[in-house]
Ligand binder design. Structure first.
Ligand code: NAD
Ligand code: UGA
Length: 480
């Protein structure tokens, strides 16, 4: 029986391995992690991450051919194929701080593999890593190989959170990069055979190592660039009376452009877009390509501009101050159908409002108070380190309350900011909400999910990103 071990039981390692186990009953899959609580959660009824369909997949295979364990050494030693899916955060100090990928966790996983292996291994990069990481890993593994042969493959993951299980069941493509030697090609075929259990062969792309590593960074940069492009247009729409939804629709109808990923928003979030673009920028700089670096940096700059612009709209509409005012924040996760808050735009928006001394009342159906307090008090980039390395008891931000109901959050509020596009926010009883708010009552829709005209009929003053402005807002400055 082929044995797979995956190091890192996170958003990628957990769901990916669960799907491999489901689709390949003849393969034993063990997911290992240094985090004891995370592994305990994977072995319990309360999985550590919320992802539609995941629980069903885990329940079907856990205990049969899918296992979660903290015995990292044993399972690495036993495995034929080792996936490494540990975090690759942005460096917070030293050379390349604020841009380069921190490969500490990757390196320690590689050293562990080198220490405990007693048989030949295929080592698969699942984490998103800088181009040429495979070369560094190879050096660690082969430096003291004791006659063991290692083949390194790059097999980046393209799943998106909230749709991870669907994405894994029906991927647009699976990408496998390897050395162009006979041994490298054999390793590619071995991994291809795993995916071929459910992925059509023409969707499995095989390349050299560096193309696979770079394609992952490029794909995320292209996706984020689309959002920054449409968000840049949203500012111009507000200035001219155009409607960004109509512009996106018209532009996306061109089959060369395509309609997906053109929704204007308060800004993109998530654990990877910013991190991977910063990483790309750093690689360009290191390779003497400052013009290319500047080009991609702009995608992040527009994203920051969009979040600032939103906060400024809120403050300037409300008589240029939110000091002491209650602002309800609906949605804190970085997108709907996930409890993940990594780099969510809600953090920057809430910090902006708190900076102007607002009282903020937050409701998100999937995010806990502890997580929100942690996010609002943590230093930039600290979030992407294993939980046991993060501050244990974050300082509580006193002007923030977290409630479990949208009606409670909006009661007596002066304004509402919709920051995540949860479906339930589309169908709230906005008349009831309006009746219980201070007047004038404001709605700032950062996801364009409410019908501004209907809300205006109720009496709200409404701001929707990139839509023709409410008369109230027309003469107010958009950007400070
Ligand atoms: P995560 O933080 O959820 O999980 C990483 C896990 O690795 C943690 O549980 C941590 O405890 C564990 N870990 C760290 N060092 C370890 C070690 N030496 N031994 C054992 N376990 C160790 O991260 P994630 O979101 O799953 O992302 C993992 C990688 O995949 C990143 O490189 C990321 O860029 C990439 N990626 C993420 C997504 C996504 O949607 N989250 C999608 C595609 C790619
Ligand atoms: C993204 C990519 O879509 C995945 O392919 C990739 O594997 C993953 O990053 C990764 O490398 O981590 P994810 O961050 O989970 O996946 O979610 P997305 O659906 O891409 O959304 C990212 C952010 O962009 C969210 O905040 C979302 O609300 C925002 N977004 C998305 C928009 O503002 N407008 C859009 O049209 C689409």
């Amino acid at each position: 029986m082929v044995k797979i071990c995956c190091i890192g039981a996170g958003y990628v390692g957990g769901p990916t391995m669960a799907v491999i186990a489901l689709k390949c009953p003849h393969i034993e899959v063990v997911v290992v992690d240094i985090s004891v609580p995370r592994i305990a959660a994977w072995n319990s009824d309360q999985l550590p991450i919320y992802e539609p369909g995941l629980e069903d997949v885990v329940k079907q295979c856990r205990g049969k051919n899918l296992f979660f364990s903290t015995d990292v050494e044993k399972h690495i030693a036993d495995a034929d194929i080792i996936f490494v899916s540990v975090n690759t955060p942005t460096k917070t100090r030293g050379l390349g701080a604020g841009k380069a990928a921190d490969l500490t966790y990757w390196e320690s996983a590689a050293r562990m593999i080198a220490d405990v292996s007693k048989s030949n291994k295929i080592v698969v990069e699942k984490s998103t890593v800088p181009v040429k990481t495979a070369e560094a890993i190879e050096k660690i593994l082969t430096h003291n190989s004791k006659g063991i042969e290692y083949q390194i493959l790059s097999n980046p993951e393209f799943l998106a959170e909230g749709t991870a299980i669907d994405d894994l069941f029906k991927p647009d493509r699976v990408l496998i990069g390897g050395r162009e030697t006979p041994e490298g090609q054999k390793a590619i075929q071995a991994l291809k055979a795993v995916y071929a259990n459910w992925v059509p062969e023409d969707r499995i792309i095989c390349t050299n190592l560096w193309s696979a590593e770079l394609s992952k960074l490029a794909a995320n940069a292209f996706l984020a660039q689309r959002i920054s492009s449409v968000n840049a247009m949203s500012a111009l729409c507000e200035a001219t009376g155009a409607d960004v939804a109509e512009v996106s629709h018209a532009v996306g109808k061109d089959s060369r452009i395509g309609s997906k990923f053109l929704n204007s928003s308060v800004g993109f979030g998530g654990s990877c877009f910013q991190k991977d673009i910063l990483n790309l920028v750093y690689i360009c700089e290191c390779n003497g390509l400052p013009e290319v670096a500047t080009y991609w940096k702009q995608v992040i700059k527009i994203n920051d501009y969009q979040k600032n612009r939103f906060v400024n709209r809120v403050v300037s509409s409300m008589f240029n101050t939110v000091s002491g005012k209650k602002i309800a924040v609906l949605g804190f996760a970085f997108k709907k159908d996930t409890g993940d808050t990594r780099e969510t735009p809600a953090i920057d928006v809430c910090k902006g409002l708190l900076g102007d001394k607002a009282r903020v009342s937050i409701y998100d159906p999937q995010v806990t108070e502890d997580q929100i307090q942690r996010d609002l008090s943590m230093n930039k980039f600290d979030w992407d380190h294993p939980i046991h390395l993060q501050p244990m008891s974050p300082t509580t931000v006193k002007q923030v309350s977290v409630v479990w109901d949208a009606y409670e959050a909006t009661k007596d509020a002066h304004g509402i900011c919709i920051l995540t596009e949860w479906d339930e926010f589309k169908n709230l009883d906005y008349q009831r909400i309006y009746d219980n708010m201070q007047k004038p009552a404001f709605v700032f829709d950062g996801r364009n999910i409410v019908n501004p005209e209907k809300l205006r009929e109720i009496g709200f003053i409404v701001y929707s990103i990139g839509k023709p402005l409410d008369a109230w807002l027309r003469d107010m400055p958009a950007v400070a």
